[in-house]
Design a protein around this ligand. Structure first.
Ligand code: URA
Length: 236
């Protein structure tokens, strides 16, 4: 990797500031001051900036339990964002959200700075399943289960939704207003619009899993943790 790129990626300092530091002799490679910002580095070379060793930033992966009222955006004028919950992480603003949730939806949000991994989670071609628990205003009818399975033509869309599963969950009171939904796409307000198309309305929505990554029960709303290597590798 280029020297200035490595230093900028690893420290969050802008490329122009890094170039200035290099010109001023504040950067060394293997103990020797260098002046060439575009120098190509091998993985064994030791780089220091202002006398501190800097190593290549490793990609980061987190899961977060999104509380209601937070938006899945990097910045928002009106509402707190999920990234505001991660300000203790260095360079937290460089993290990207892998599959956004609405402001009133709770549950699993994945964040990473690995672009390829993010693509594998969000690209419709990868069919990465998302599991939700929804509470609805009206009882869930068998006809809705069929409609979810066969696909629904949503307003202003060109193609019907891909086959999805809708499984009513009976509560101890025998209510059928709660269901598990598994979809493999991430269209705008998809779950709410699918219920809307079956004459029902979502009143609470929670994401429980993305692919084989389930929301950790130990995370209270607003808390996050790094993914395990098994969780990271489960997304292909
Ligand atoms: N579907 C929705 O309607 N909202 C979400 O937040 C996620 C999926």
């Amino acid at each position: 990797m280029r020297l200035d790129k490595l230093l900028s990626n690893s420290t969050g300092i802008s490329r122009s500031e890094i170039k200035k530091a290099i010109r001023q002799g504040d950067v060394s490679v293997d103990g020797v001051k260098v002046k060439n910002a575009s120098m190509q580095l091998s993985s064994e070379q030791r780089v220091t900036l202002f006398g501190q060793e800097v190593s290549e930033a490793k990609p980061r992966y987190y899961m977060l339990n999104k509380p209601e009222g937070y938006v899945c955006a990097n910045r928002d004028r009106e509402h707190p964002t999920v990234l505001d919950l991660m300000i203790d992480e260095p360079l937290y603003e460089k993290l990207n959200i892998a599959g956004r949730l609405d402001i009133d939806t709770t549950g699993l949000v994945l964040l990473t700075d690995d672009g390829k991994w993010l693509h594998n989670v969000t690209s419709p071609k990868h069919h990465c399943h998302k599991r939700y628990i929804a509470q609805t205003a009206e009882p869930i009818e068998n006809s809705s289960i069929d409609a979810f399975r066969t696909g629904i033509m949503l307003k202003d869309e060109l193609k019907p939704t891909l086959p999805a599963t809708l499984t009513p969950l009976k509560s101890p009171e025998e209510s059928v207003n709660v269901a598990e939904i598994i979809i493999s796409e991430g269209r705008y307000h998809q779950v709410k619009r699918m219920f809307g198309a079956t004459n029902n309305r979502v009143i609470a929505l929670h994401r429980a899993a993305i692919g084989d990554i389930s929301l950790d029960d130990n995370l209270a709303p607003g808390e996050y943790r790094p993914l395990t290597q098994t969780e990271i590798d489960s997304i292909q």
